[in-house]
Design a protein around this ligand. Structure first.
Ligand code: NAD
Ligand code: LMR
Length: 325
């Protein structure tokens, strides 16, 4: 019997991440090489024409799995019956800004989109927020969707996770595939904490294979500030690597993984206040993220996790003040 296509909605479809993302979704890399998809492209009215151009190119690829494309500026249409929502549409930061500086400009986008998801999406909806500040935008969307299980709202720290893998692989002269149990904790911001105390390379803890000064003064800041370094070098924020991380996140959420990093709604684990959308070490089983439990957190890690979580609380309080939640 023919399989019903999965509806994937991408907001900001005419933007630079959108352009790097849509073709990979349509080719089967998001959900699997045997899963047909329909795409819904949500844009602001002035960018609908550009989205139509991207849709023409998608047509021209003749992807066997792509069963339809819809283009709209109405969230109620875009999220109608959606199974997977990738909330990318938002302003990127410019040189000299921190991601949190975008809260006021972008926060307002995510309440109405959360409500449209609440009212129209399919029962199995999964949401990944990419637009910055991603964790707090995800919180805003989630708070506007009281009928959707909170766990379906997630934010992207997979790009940070992948950056950490590459930095460590280069330092130790190993392949990325040789590194296990990498973890990003906290916010997708300069306070994030890439943790090498649980990461394993060749069966041994990674933190014991590098100098403490490299870990503290090079590795952590290089990963945490990589977004700014890309903006400085490219004159635009990361796009293909962000799209790649979004593919990885949703692919693993749907198809399962034993260990990665994702920002998900806290259940209070590891002292992260319940309800905050914070990055944790996670597994995905049966299509659900689970926080990996039982890790010992030493004083070095505790201090850094707490600092990033404090920033998430401050962002939550700021959006409360702005009336966004
Ligand atoms: P871009 O400016 O190229 O594209 C953004 C698109 O969003 C534009 O086409 C714009 O018209 C659209 N848009 C704006 N408001 C919208 C709305 N209400 N509904 C639908 N579409 C809307 O930006 P980009 O480079 O694609 O980046 C998008 C966002 O992703 C930025 O906020 C950026 O900071 C963020 N980002 C996050 C990560 C991460 O790891 N979480 C990584 C890279 C970029
Ligand atoms: C990134 O990490 O590359 C993105 O969040 C873009 C940015 O502003 O850093």
């Amino acid at each position: 019997m023919a399989q019903t296509p999965v509806k994937v909605t991408v907001t900001g479809a005419a933007g630079q991440i959108g352009y790097a993302l849509l073709f990979r979704i349509a080719s089967g890399q998001l959900l699997g090489a045997d899963v047909p998809v329909t795409l819904s492209l949500l844009e602001v009215p002035q960018a609908v024409k550009a989205a139509e151009g991207t849709a023409m190119e998608l047509d021209d690829c003749a992807f066997p799995l792509l069963r339809g494309i819809e283009i709209t500026d109405d969230p109620n249409v875009a999220f109608n019956g959606t199974n997977v929502a990738l909330l990318v549409g938002a302003m990127p930061r410019k040189a000299g800004m921190e991601r949190g500086d975008l809260l006021e400009a972008n926060g307002g986008i995510f309440g109405p989109q959360g409500k449209a998801i609440n009212d129209h999406a399919a029962d199995d909806i999964r949401v990944l927020v990419v637009g910055n500040p991603a964790n707090t935008n995800a919180l805003i969307a989630q708070q506007h969707a009281p009928d959707v299980p909170a766990e379906r709202f997630t934010a992207m720290t997979r790009l940070d996770h992948n950056r950490a893998l590459s930095q460590l692989a280069a330092k130790l002269g190993v392949a990325v595939a040789d590194i296990k149990k990498m973890t990003i904790w906290g916010n997708h911001s300069a306070t994030q904490y890439p943790d090498l105390f649980h990461t394993e390379v060749g069966g041994k803890i990674a933190a014991e294979q590098v100098d403490e000064s490299w870990l503290r003064d090079t590795f952590i800041p290089t990963v945490a500030k990589r977004g700014a370094a890309i903006i400085d070098a490219r004159g635009a924020s990361s796009a293909a690597s962000a799209a790649n991380a979004a593919i990885d996140h949703v692919h693993d959420w749907v198809n399962g993984t034993e260990w990665t990093s994702a920002a998900i709604v806290s259940d209070g684990s590891y002292g992260v206040p319940e309800g905050l959308i914070s990055s944790f070490p996670v597994a995905s089983r049966g299509g659900r993220w689970e926080i990996i439990q039982g890790l010992e957190i030493d004083a070095f890690s505790r201090e850094r996790i707490d600092a990033s979580v404090r920033e998430l609380e401050e962002e939550r309080d700021a959006v409360r003040k702005l009336g966004l939640i």
